[in-house]
Design a protein around this ligand. Sequence first.
Ligand SMILES: [Zn+2]
Length: 358
Amino acid sequence: MKNMFINTPLSFKGELLPREENCRICHEKKGIRIGIVDYWDIKTCNIILCEKCSHIQLDPMLTEEETNRGCYAYYIEESLRTGENEQFKNCLRNFRRGVVFGWMLKSRRISPRNILELGPGSGYFAAGLQFVIPTVQITVMDINKEVLDFNQEHHHFETIRSIPDILQTTYQDKFDLVIARDILEHVTDISKVIENVNACLKTGGLFHFITPNGYEDIWKHYLTFKLKSVSSELLINHVNYFDGKGLKDLLIQRGFRRVDYYTHTIKTTFRGQGRKETRKLMSPVSKKMKAALYTERKADDIKRIEFKKVEILKKWYIRPNAKWITWLYSLSHHFSVIRISPMRNIGHEIYGVFEKIK
Ligand SMILES: [Zn+2]
């Protein structure tokens, strides 16, 4: 089984070009073009792999205004696609993941007091964590006012309206834990964001993130470009695609020490994501979907979904007086048995916990 696909080394092939913007991690001026994407009808970008640090990102990067426009279109497109029931289930799923994470901290005798979550979404991950460790103070940061209002109303979290690229001087050395779940792939300047996370943390504080494995995440766009030589459609603003070693090196350079770092969920890998060159795995050829079609005409179609926290958490296994039942149930649903080194760039998602050492 020497050549079993899971052991095949990954390699992207493409042309070495001068970049419009230098690599955000190592400032390299050239890179290998491995794809072209249309971010809605907003912007066309190259996907550039850095030869020096292996980071893959859009070139040129989306501006803040372009991102806001695309994100709003995506939010509406997704809301029209996802039913109330699915949103309800997602909250519950995140709550259980928060419970699992909280228990992991507890089992290591780590009890954070001040927590900052970047881009909290529904806030149910932090709520799950708070269920396990009720003494925590939670602050959430987002640029979207609706997200902050929702978090305030549902969970009474403190809120900061901002983006992680901007340093919050008032919050320097304030937090014991910073959480960024599915955030790092969206940020414009990854180096700056990691520096800012470090600045917000106390020494000895933890940084927890999840982010897609860049190789699998980019694969569909790479194939469209390689097999058809055309641009593919990018509707969600994944602007960073991480190499397992590159991301770890960046964190270490910025003053962190690895605590947990692994990839999991290899269903996608077995399907060939990240390694099989087949048309079936290609991303759709771009039709330059019109963002305005959603932002202007469809905004009225969205029903505001009203649900209450007590209704979401009304489950037999969520018991404040017997939390071990909640923990066991959550663990049975969300514990990943398979843990692979991210250096191999296999698996769907990278999970990380890093400690600030300087
Ligand atoms: Zn680089």
